[in-house]
Design a protein around this ligand. Sequence first.
Ligand SMILES: *Cc1c(COP(=O)(O)O)cnc(C)c1O
Length: 427
Amino acid sequence: MKEYRINTKCVQAGYTPKNGEPRQMPIIQSTTFKYDTSEDMGKLFDLEASGYFYTRLQNPTNDMVAAKICSLEGGKAAMLTSSGQAANFFSVFNIANNGDHVIASSAIYGGTYNLFAVTMKKMGIDFTFVSPDSTKEELDAAFRPNTKAVFGETIANPALTVLDIELFARTAHEHGVPFIIDNTFATPVNCRPIEWGADIVTHSTTKYIDGHGATVGGCIVDAGNFDWMKYADKFPGLCTPDDSYHGITYATKFGKEGAFITKCTAQLMRDFGSIQSPQHAFYLNLGLESLHVRMKRHCENAQKIAEYLSHNDKISWVRYCGLPGDKYHELAKKYLPNGSCGVISFGIKGGRPAAEKFMKSLRLAAIETHVADARTCCLHPANATHRQMNDEELLAAGITPDLVRYSCGLEDAQDLIDDIQQALDQI
Ligand SMILES: *Cc1c(COP(=O)(O)O)cnc(C)c1O
């Protein structure tokens, strides 16, 4: 099939109906699939033939949507998961076991940080958190003999740092491990980390890909470039026989392009069952069909609002990599030339009480623990997600008491600016 441009892929990839078939992607709302003989089914269980037998492992609707995201990211294989949390858990747990070590950027989503630093640590996997601004030398110093992966976020939620993807990927490869990147905030419309050397890309599709605050979901995409067999001693799960699957060795049977996602499906999805429902996958596809149109508008609105805020004397600082003075502007020019995301953060003069008053006074922007929605939403972390911390602890977590996270929706930018202005006037 011809390689179309990204905008066309958003609309068309993943499902191409044949003569007389439904125009819209069908929802295969079935837990199970029928076979004529036990032999036919046996071949599926042995991974000798490909086909569907139980939706916990694979479902045609989910596969079509995964194929679309795979195509958008420029990957070789992909799978949907029930949430972004499940995607990030699987992406690491598929290659790191009890006794292993993983390097992660410290600027990552709070839920992912907790998953790594608390829950996976209990499973015996040790994490070293490094600055997203690490130099090559600082990254090199974090590696241990048992390091199995490096993890980061393209644009971190909520820190809004931009990662030097090439540097992280190259360093990971020099140490013989893959680079995993959560591309939720940028989406494949604005950045395709595989083009910069990333091996595994994850998403919380709950955010821009769904885009309407309707469904929680996740996705994992494999670039198909990492040579597991070259580092067979590091990745026994992929490079030695799997007794729970009739002694299959994923890396030899499915090669570089298929090993990671096949193992992740056949083992982790089989055992943990964090599947996405086909109905939800259908909603995701509706979101994907307009992703390229929406991302452009999210970014335009964010740019206008960030510029307006940066000239407002009630605002002490603004973080948005689209602003020329932003610390990450140069990296954004390289990795996000067409726009970054719709989320900005800023500080209000007068600290915590001023931020509280501001939040209370907004009429159009809603207070929500969510981002990347068609409707503008915002959060005052000091009073919500980070409520249990005092001002000192907040600062240590990189969150100032005056910080407001503002996720620009698809409304008219001037209405959003007017709303912000009237709220600032009340402080
Ligand atoms: C929201 C989010 C997640 C977690 O995704 P869920 O779908 O809520 O489980 C992971 N990474 C990033 C960057 C996120 O923004």
